[in-house]
Design a protein around this ligand. Structure first.
Ligand SMILES: Nc1ncnc2c1ncn2[C@@H]1O[C@H](COP(=O)(O)OP(=O)(O)OP(=O)(O)O)[C@@H](O)[C@H]1O
Ligand SMILES: [Mg+2]
Length: 646
């Protein structure tokens, strides 16, 4: 019963594929799994978001330099202590001192005064205490830089993420209706949540690691080479091993990370669909099927996540162990150098420390690869949305001229997809103030006609004019402002009843809102609500009946002063008595406005100036109620119920 994983993946990726098809030459693309397409371009764009913060980034780098140098130099302070101690235990042994050791001794000497060959126990004890105090100061500076760096970095990451989130949301507001018709809500939501979260983690953690890793790598190298070049060479020889191993694993994990993000998108899309459709799921006892299908998607996600996390996570430990080998060899060779008096015990200790630290930034970076790739995959998906072609911009000479409401459709042919024509050669004429009705069976194309009027979709052939001017020559916002619509699917926003009605015209006064509600026959039920017009509606008006929701949607259109009104099944859930009330109200309101009414209930349309009977995307009959009845055609069948079951 449940669909197979292949089917599910195919279905949840089909919409994405459609986007790719319809996107033109540089069309939008949705990752349906597989490899990252353009990692370099994505990184460059991410860096673009950091550009405004370049000065703060410089400050971060300075803090990192400070903390790295204090860390490295701090361990140098320990060298002289060890050397003094070895000299105390066996004064006759001589050794070479590195340049850095001499500097460290000099710095210490400034505070402690010189310490001779015949230092006593208490001399040495004082020496140790002084050196440790110097160390404490050095480390304190390091800690302060760390603190500043973390704060700065957070402000950078939060700031840039805020910009990305804003850009994404702004872009969504500009996308054509087609995009939302073709992409599951959950899929779009997951770009806002997971993908952006991943980018956030990356900027905050990975970027810091990248910078501080590089600084530490260079810094440690400088300190190592000034201590002993032979040992440095040994450490360096191990680098290609890190790099090669790391690179190979990174390649594998990047592949799985894109797959992981796509699987996550599918799981989110599925969850969203099931949650919104939960009532239907329950009505038809589909719970088990949903569970099974989700299970399949979830299993797939686990597998992809497992592989991605495994290859991302395995890198750290492997690199860690490789660095242990380098450490052991360093100690061995250093020991031999010490035997020949080429290295002090202090220098060997310091060096051993460094050689370990040297692999740390490399480890750190390799551990970050998983977040890095997740973020890159996420960023790519976010940028994909941003790159989707928005609604075509208004032509430069688009106008905003007062509209009377004369609407003409001239031989309009349209299809949502090229291979299927939905409307065929539709022509009609509506004088200002006329009421034009569309009737016809389900799927005939009634809603599609209204989708074209306000340019939810642009037409392929023919022309739509308002007051003799093509709708493409009006500014789009202006056009929509002049067409008030009650959509077939009602939608209410979280907010008060008043705010929801005011959505139709933001400068409407409270009195106008009440008047609109009265026109829509919504006033009396609103007054019965707990807080009247100030009652807060939640979750698309879940606390209202379907009919009440429709009344609010009508009130919202009524408050608008648009000269053209479209009512798509606006009163389908309202009882006939209330409907008649609304009609009377609307008639008053619509005296000088052109109204398009779509209704299955024919009593709603009988007083229209003209009724268009749409069938299969064609107008097969037109006329007023009486003329159509006389024709004894399709309208007659619909109206009288004769031959209804053809
Ligand atoms: N977003 C879309 N993408 C592709 N095809 C669509 C889309 N919306 C509608 N269609 C198709 O266009 C045709 C006309 O749909 P439309 O919504 O205009 O019908 P309708 O006459 O309003 O039906 P109803 O009375 O059920 O509301 C249908 O065959 C439908 O499959
Ligand atoms: Mg419809």
């Amino acid at each position: 019963m449940a669909r197979s994983l292949e089917q599910l993946q195919k279905q949840y990726n089909k919409k994405a594929a459609a986007m790719r098809m319809g996107g033109g030459p540089r069309g939008p693309r949705i990752s349906g799994g597989g490899k990252m397409k353009n990692a370099r371009g994505t990184i460059a764009r991410m860096l673009g978001y950091l550009k405004p913060y370049r000065f703060r980034l410089v400050a971060v780098v300075i803090c990192m330099l400070c903390s790295t140098v204090t860390g490295l130099f701090g361990s140098y302070m320990l060298g002289p202590i060890i050397n003094k101690l070895t000299a105390f235990v066996s004064p006759d042994k001589k050794y070479d001192m590195s340049a850095m050791e001499k500097i460290a001794e000099k710095i210490i000497a400034v505070f402690t005064g010189p310490i001779g060959e015949n230092a006593t126990r208490s001399d040495l004890m004082g020496y140790i205490v002084s050196v440790i105090s110097i160390l404490a100061v050095i480390y304190a500076v390091g800690i302060i830089s760390n603190f500043l760096q973390a704060r700065l970095m957070l402000s950078i990451s939060q700031g840039s993420i805020q910009t990305i989130r804003n850009d994404l949301f702004t872009k969504l507001q500009r996308l054509p209706v087609r995009y939302f018709d073709q992409n599951p809500t959950g899929e779009i939501m997951s770009r806002f949540t997971n993908d952006i979260d991943n980018i956030d983690v990356m900027i905050n953690n990975s970027l810091t690691s990248l910078f501080s890793g590089a600084i530490q790598l260079v810094g440690t190298f400088v300190f190592m080479i000034t201590t002993n070049w032979v040992l440095t060479m040994i450490t360096v020889v191990f680098i290609p091993i890190f790099a090669l191993g790391g690179g190979a694993i990174a390649k594998v994990s990047s592949k799985y990370y894109s797959g992981q993000q796509a699987a996550l998108g599918a799981v989110n899309g599925y969850t969203e669909e099931t949650v919104t459709g939960q009532k239907v799921v329950k009505v038809f006892n589909h719970e088990q099927i949903c569970i099974d299908e989700f299970d399949a998607l979830n299993d797939d996600m686990r597998d992809k996540q497992f592989r991605a996390q495994f290859w991302g996570g395995v890198m750290g430990p492997i690199m860690g162990n490789t660095s242990q080998i380098s450490y052991a060899v360093t100690i061995g060779v250093g020991g031999i150098l010490m035997i020949f008096g080429k290295l002090s015990a202090g220098a060997l200790t310091i060096f051993a420390n460094y050689s370990r630290q040297f692999s740390m930034p490399i480890n750190m970076l390799s551990q970050q690869t998983s977040t890095l790739f997740a973020a890159l995959a996420g960023a790519e998906r976010v940028f994909e949305v941003m790159d989707t072609a928005p609604e075509a911009p208004d032509s430069p000479d688009a106008v905003e001229e007062p509209i009377q409401g004369e609407v003409v459709l001239n031989d309009v042919t349209f299809g949502y997809v090229p291979e299927k024509t939905v409307l065929k050669h539709i022509s009609l004429y509506a004088h200002p103030g006329q009421k034009i009705a569309f009737v016809g069976s389900t799927g005939a194309g009634k809603t599609t006609v209204t989708n074209l009027l306000n340019r939810f979709y642009d037409i392929d052939q023919g022309e739509i004019t308002i007051d003799g001017r093509s709708i493409k020559d009006y500014k789009r916002d202006f056009l929509r402002e002049n067409i008030a619509m009650v959509l077939q699917d009602t939608h209410l926003f979280t907010g008060t009843v008043k705010e929801n009605i005011r959505y139709g015209r933001l400068d409407a006064t409270d009195e106008e809102i009440v008047a609109a509600a009265k026109t829509a026959s919504a006033h009396s039920f609103i007054m019965r609500l707990e807080n009247g017009y100030d009652t807060v509606l939640e979750g698309d008006g879940a606390n209202l009946s379907q009919g009440q929701r429709q009344l609010l949607n009508i009130a919202r259109a009524a408050v608008s002063k648009a000269p053209i009104l479209v009512l798509d099944e606006a009163t389908s859930s309202v009882d006939t008595r209330t409907e008649r009330h609304i009609e009377h109200g609307m008639d008053r309101l619509m005296k000088n406005r052109t109204t398009f009414v779509i209704a299955h209930r024919l009593s709603t349309v009988r007083n229209s100036n003209a009724i268009m009977v749409l069938e299969n995307g064609e107008i097969i009959e037109r006329g007023d109620h009486d003329q159509l009845l006389e024709m004894k055609g399709r309208y007659y069948e619909l109206y009288t119920g004769v031959k209804e079951l053809d």
